[in-house]
Design a protein around this ligand. Structure first.
Ligand SMILES: [Zn+2]
Length: 102
């Protein structure tokens, strides 16, 4: 989705990579063949850029950034969907995630 937890360097955190449904939002079916009246959620996605739009949501996915006592980080990925590439581009770079450990 458009939001993600803020990761502190020296602590563990949860990074929400996506909070949408399996089709992600906007649903391409709603964009290609709008209903009458148009779907309120998907049609409003076009009015704001993805990073400022709460209705722009990627597949549900969570990344656990676990910080050990020695400061070393391990990254545990829960669930992965077809929007994973965009999630990596948006959040892995933003949070300096170097790898997935599990
Ligand atoms: Zn829709």
């Amino acid at each position: 989705g458009a939001t993600a937890a803020v990761a502190a360097v020296s602590s563990s955190s949860l990074i929400f990579l996506g909070t949408g449904c399996s089709t992600a939002l906007p649903d391409t079916r709603c964009l290609i063949r709008p209903s009458t009246p148009p779907c309120a959620v998907c049609s409003t996605v076009l009015s704001l850029p993805p990073d400022r739009n709460p209705n722009y949501r990627l597949n549900s996915s969570l990344l656990i950034d676990y910080c050990h006592d020695d400061g070393a980080h391990k990254y545990i990925l829960i669930d992965i969907g077809k929007t994973f590439r965009e999630q990596v581009l948006r959040w892995f770079v933003h949070h300096n995630v170097p790898s997935i450990d599990s």
